[in-house]
Design a binder for this molecule. Structure first.
Ligand code: MLT
Length: 409
């Protein structure tokens, strides 16, 4: 008799954004005359930067000719893209990252979810709350937790991120082996200072731990004092893996291209106490289970670093940040305390009531979709996340509808 991986039965029935999509679909089916505006999942709406489109077309033409056609590429990504990443995203910012420490992939969600495979089953996890649900759910699937009780899985050291600590979790007193951090933060939009990140790097060094640093939203940082990469912190090469994505930087959610940096100096230990470079393990995993991002998509990603690409992607992130500013200003006018939105495309709104109830209220009375904070963890209760990813027209319309609905409520 074939048996299932029973760890899956510990999970909530569906993934947060799938659950929301189901509720929204049920609403639109029941109310066909009421068009819904989606400020829930962080999915981009604006077209690709023209530099990326031109590169995509040129690469498609290369694929159409025998002389320039390409089959499988290197699993880790083409050297032209790995070199650009190492040079432009790291060397130019004073971080020492080699091109072969960059693994090109089809998304940070997959990489953040898959990376746990290279660590032991019985490691101690430290995960913020609220948090992007992928970090927790993938560890539940892998059997690193007990069942959920009161909205929290046994065996995880939860790092509370609340108004009290400015939504940046403090370094805990107890040790952990694997720490997940995400800045600019999803869902709160908070950013961490250099000193806060340095405290985490110091914690990881003292505890021989590894930090998984999700930096998918770094392109939204406007405050020059805020680090864009964990590798801006002295010593981080020895304790951190970083995830970055073209999704939110250049509108690639439908293109699928991201990268993960695993420095060769980063090690973890086996039961006998022998050190193993994580670069070799991740390379083994990546080459076994992944066949590379398509050539045209990698060419389009490389175009992000061209002169025009840089200007166009900056305009794109500026555009969404202006949406974020409008959202934050209007929610503030409506009397809600908000964070985020200035160095991040998400606004975290303290709604002072049950977050699913507020979600339903916005959906039913304003036909606007947000993300209920409870979906990100226990500390998210009482909040909703509003995404800045939509057209200006829809954001303005949504804010008008939210104001009208709340004044009526
Ligand atoms: C989100 O809305 O949190 C993100 O779009 C999810 C993701 O990037 O996978």
């Amino acid at each position: 008799m074939i048996r299932i991986n029973e760890n899956y039965t510990k999970l909530k029935a569906s993934y947060l954004f799938a659950d929301i999509a189901r509720r929204v679909a049920a609403f639109t089916e029941a109310n066909p005359g009421k068009p819904v505006i989606r400020l829930g999942i962080g999915d981009v709406t604006e077209p690709l930067p023209p530099a990326c489109v031109a590169a995509l077309h040129a690469a498609a033409d290369e694929m159409a000719s025998r002389a320039t056609f390409r089959g499988y590429g290197p699993e880790q990504g083409y050297p032209f893209l790995r070199e650009l990443v190492a040079q432009r995203d790291y060397a130019q910012r004073g971080c020492r990252i080699e091109p072969d420490e960059v693994f090109i992939s089809d998304g940070s969600k997959c990489d953040c979810g898959n990376i746990q495979e290279i660590f032991a089953d019985d490691i101690r996890l430290a995960i913020p709350d609220p948090v992007y649900p992928v970090y927790v759910d993938t560890n539940v699937m892998a059997g690193r937790t007990g069942p959920s009780e009161g909205g929290r899985y046994q065996g995880i050291l939860y790092l509370d991120s609340t108004a009290l600590n400015g939504y940046v979790p403090d370094v805990p007193a107890e040790p952990a082996d694997l720490v997940y951090l995400c800045f600019p933060n999803n869902p709160t939009g908070a950013v961490a200072t250099r000193a806060q990140l340095a405290a985490w790097v110091d914690y990881a060094r003292r505890n021989r731990a590894v930090i998984l640093f999700d930096s998918a939203y770094e392109a939204y940082i406007r405050d020059p004092s805020v680090p864009r990469s964990i590798y801006e912190i002295e010593g981080a090469r020895d304790v951190a893996i970083e995830f970055r994505s073209f999704s939110k930087t250049a509108g690639f959610t439908g293109m699928r291209c991201a990268y993960t940096v695993v420095p060769k100096s980063l090690v973890a230990w086996d039961r006998a106490g022998d050190a193993h470079p994580l670069h070799a393990l991740w390379n083994r995993r990546h080459t076994t289970k992944f066949n590379g991002v398509s050539y045209p998509v990698q060419r389009a990603a490389a175009a992000v670093y061209s002169d025009e690409g840089r200007i166009q992607t900056r305009a794109l992130t500026d555009f969404y940040l202006e949406n974020a500013r409008l959202v934050r200003a209007e929610m503030g006018r409506l009397g809600f305390a908000c964070v985020g939105g200035d160095n991040a495309p998400y606004i975290w709104v303290d709604v002072g009531r049950d977050s699913w109830q507020f979600f339903d209220l916005l959906l039913e009375r304003a036909q606007v979709v947000c993300t209920p904070g409870a979906g990100f963890g226990r500390c998210g209760e009482g909040h909703v996340r509003i995404s800045a990813f939509n057209s200006r027209e829809n954001v303005e319309k949504a804010l008008g509808r939210i104001g009208a609905a709340l004044r009526q409520a």
